[in-house]
Design a protein around this ligand. Structure first.
Ligand code: ADP
Length: 424
């Protein structure tokens, strides 16, 4: 039993005993007990009143001195109060620290409530978006009215960030990322990516220019090598024929590399040219002819198509992407493999799949295959004479045609590359 309660009980028993004895002597037991009990209650009520007053005053300082049950209650309240003060101070310190951290960030941070009104922002957000005090508690879509932003906030699909010119400085590019947390609140992170984009543009321009500039010296080199190879080899030193052959092969590789790089930088830096309806059967005809020449009869190439195998697009780009996939199936697979090209159409999409029964690709490599110069098997790939840029070109061409590339493969059983174009 609690000490205070015990003291209180002892006190009541003693009081009743004393009152009973006094009542016995004065002959008014009932009245004595009633008066004594009343006084005791009055005394207790006085202590409760003091406790109330202390609580009404916000529980500041030390609670009123008391013994028994009320003493215990005062002590407990005092302890609780001290713990609360400590927790409140800790929380204040955490909030202060978080404020300091978010103030030091270059990235803007805005907290939106469940109605997507602005609840809080850090100084960087205010600077990037030009926010003022009166914007607090306003719906964010009233402050940033660009349709793409309104759709971004309303869509709830925040996997990909949104890029927009800054509202108060259109020459600057901002990237918005959003995450929902807690009670359907939202954290909006804003980054100034102007410099990043400038560097990316510079990189693209540099690669585009250098690959373009390489073409002229390479053409001259190829020309001289061919002229020398046309000479009577008997008049040349014995080491020359092999050297000339290798020089020819390597310049040819560099030519292909420069061509692919020029193509990639064009795909990255220009908008899609005018799209026309392309007959895919006709597009595949020369690709399959060339693949058969490349294969030298070592692979069986099958082609199946459907009615209305038509696709809106740029013939040169689609030729480049699809031929890369077919030539890859030949280049990366040994003799005796089947290569199946199939065009299918339904109400939802047109799909072109290029599959083979060859060596396949370890699924580990699949997510990275469309990166530039990424090769699943470098020794095999170098022998095949590829540039390592084929699938990067495929990815870019498909992106420009609103298509997607799906790669499926089981090591040792072959690979399937499916291009899917949604029908509108
Ligand atoms: P490359 O010039 O090396 O062919 P790509 O970008 O076209 O470059 O292909 C990247 C890598 O993907 C290749 O090096 C090869 O390892 C793998 N690959 C592509 N197609 C196939 C295929 N049909 N079968 C097996 N591996 C393939």
């Amino acid at each position: 039993m609690q000490r205070g309660l015990r003291v209180e009980l002892q006190r009541i028993i003693l009081l009743v005993l004393a009152l009973s004895i006094a009542g016995f002597f004065n002959g008014y037991i009932g009245l004595t007990l009633l008066v004594g009990g009343g006084l005791y209650m009055g005394w207790t009520l006085l202590k409760v009143l003091r406790l109330y007053q202390w609580l009404d005053g916000g529980g500041q300082g030390i609670p009123p001195e008391s013994t028994g049950v009320w003493g215990d209650i005062s002590d407990q309240l005092y302890r609780l109060q001290k713990r609360n003060i400590r927790t409140r101070d800790d929380l204040r310190a955490v909030v202060k620290r978080i404020r300091k951290i978010t103030s030091a960030l270059d990235e803007g941070l805005i907290i939106l409530d469940e109605e997507r009104s602005v609840d809080w922002w850090n100084p960087a957000a205010a600077k990037l978006l030009g926010l003022r005090k009166e914007d607090l508690y306003q719906p964010i879509t009233n402050l940033l009215r660009t349709p793409a932003f309104v759709q971004f906030i309303q869509s709830g699909a925040f996997k990909l960030p949104l890029e927009l010119p800054a509202p108060n400085a259109p020459q600057r590019l901002l990237q918005f990322s959003a995450r929902v947390f807690g009670d359907n609140e939202m954290a909006l992170v804003i980054m100034d990516i102007t410099r990043l984009r400038q560097l990316e543009e510079m990189r693209k321009e540099f690669v585009g220019n250098i690959s373009h500039e390489l073409r002229t010296p390479l053409t001259v080199l190829t020309g001289y090598i061919e002229t020398l190879q046309d000479q009577d080899m008997h008049n040349l030193p014995p080491a020359w024929p092999k050297a000339l052959q290798q020089m020819g092969q390597q310049t040819e590789r560099m030519n292909l590399l420069a061509e692919d790089l020029v193509m990639l930088s064009r795909l990255e830096s220009t908008d899609v040219s005018v799209k026309t309806p392309i007959n895919l059967d006709a597009l595949f005809e020369p690709i399959i002819d060339n693949a058969r020449v490349l294969s030298e009869g070592k692979h069986k190439i099958n082609f199946t198509s459907c009615e209305q195998a038509l696709l809106e697009g740029d013939a040169k780009e689609l030729h480049s992407a699809l031929s890369n996939l077919v030539y890859n199936a030949v280049k990366h697979n040994p003799e005796g493999c089947d290569i199946n090209i199939a065009i299918k159409r339904n109400d939802a999409a047109l799909t072109i799949s290029i599959s083979d029964t060859g060596l396949g690709i370890d699924p580990l490599h699949i997510p990275r295959l469309t990166e530039r110069f990424y090769r699943a098997d470098s020794s095999r790939a170098t022998q095949s004479g590829g540039t390592g840029l084929g699938l990067a070109i495929v990815k870019h061409v498909l992106l420009r045609h609103n298509g997607e590339l799906k790669i499926e493969s089981t090591l040792g059983k072959g690979a399937a590359f499916t291009c899917r174009f949604a029908q509108h």
